[in-house]
Design a protein around this ligand. Structure first.
Ligand code: TRP
Length: 333
């Protein structure tokens, strides 16, 4: 029985944080056992917004492979590769650009939003405009059935299906319409300031942070904003510290006790921060040890990517050759 194919990608724009860990990454870990899973680093996508400063793309690519593998993605069970090592993606994107009306890209919500909100970068380039088109090619180049992503990616998945339908209509039913798969647990992880954890907010705890960095960040966390004094009763349900503690504590009874003593103002936030930092450091201990071990192996990440590209390319070559034939950009009659 052949397994269904899953694919997802991350832009190499920095280290992974707890939001990634409890969101998409847990899904990716499960899926490598149940699917023919393709996980790739979208380095061309990083260029679309950061073309003017590409100094850290390589470094971030390497960090991402280390984070992934230390977290448990296993290059023997899934295919880990770098987008730019599979140039077939670019050729498919070119064919897609022929069948895709510009108006479809203009109405993508993330495009409109970012053009309005991002002021420190020039996003008037063609590459950024076709970001979702390139994403459609990433997904389709392996004929992926499912794409594990966050909810913010749903419009991109819908656009991918529309492009696939248009291509199939024009040239013959071949490409697969992918389905999005949103994380089941879908834990929304708050950042240190209480907003959603996001690299661009500067409120992230990275999974590769050292114990000292973790402790310092946790000490600076927002708690229940209405709880000004230790003698005020607190509300753990709106406390970001408590939300993260619930995810990382080894002991539900301990969580229940912090919940109780916060509500009754018997314990203070300083003590809770110390305990949560200790639990978080411990929770990530195994990951941290594995990551250090992998980082100490010279060339590890690049070897993983090279082997992954070698596994991906038979698939992507076949798909792109079939597309060429369907578009009649070949010489076979
Ligand atoms: N757009 C995705 C993000 O920002 C990254 C991405 C690029 C992707 N190509 C993809 C995700 C293909 C899933 C499938 O997170």
């Amino acid at each position: 029985m052949t397994r269904k194919r899953a694919l997802t990608g991350y832009r190499p724009t920095g280290k992974l944080h707890l939001g990634h860990w409890f969101g998409n990454l847990q899904n990716m870990l499960t899926m490598q056992n149940e699917y023919d899973a393709f996980y790739f680093i979208a380095d061309w996508h990083a260029l679309t917004s950061d073309w003017a400063d590409t100094t850290r793309v390589r470094e971030f690519t390497e960090e991402m492979v280390l984070d992934w593998c230390a977290a448990g993605l296993d290059p023997a069970r899934c295919t880990i590769y770098r987008q730019s090592d599979v140039p077939e993606v670019a050729e498919l994107a070119l064919y897609f650009s022929m069948v895709t009306p510009m108006s479809w890209l203009e109405r993508v919500p993330s495009y409109k939003e970012q053009r309005e909100q991002v002021t420190d970068k020039d996003l008037g380039n063609l590459g950024f405009f076709m970001y979702p088109l390139l994403q459609a090619a990433d997904i389709t180049i392996v004929l992926a059935d499912v794409v594990p992503v966050g909810e913010d990616q749903l419009p991109h998945l819908e656009l991918t299906r529309e492009i696939v339908r248009r291509f199939n209509n024009a040239y013959g039913e071949y490409l697969v319409e992918p389905a999005a798969l949103i994380a089941k647990q879908g834990a929304r992880v708050p950042g240190t300031d209480g907003r959603k954890m996001s690299k661009s907010y500067g409120n992230s705890i990275f999974i590769s942070d050292s114990p000292d960095e973790i402790t310092a960040k946790v000490r600076g966390m927002i708690t229940d904003p209405a709880r000004k004094l230790k003698t005020d009763p607190g509300d753990p349900d709106i406390c970001p510290l408590h939300q993260i503690h619930k995810l990382v504590s080894p002991d539900p009874a301990d969580i229940a006790e912090w919940d109780r003593c916060c509500r009754s103002a018997e314990c203070g936030c300083v003590a809770h921060k110390q305990k949560m930092a200790t639990d978080l450091v411990e929770y990530l201990a195994e990951f941290r040890a594995r990551r250090e071990e992998l980082a100490a192996r010279p060339g590890f990440a690049w070897e993983v990517l090279e082997a992954g590209a070698a596994k991906a390319r038979p698939v992507t070559s076949e798909v792109v050759e079939t597309c060429r034939r369907l578009v009649r950009i070949d010489n076979n009659g």
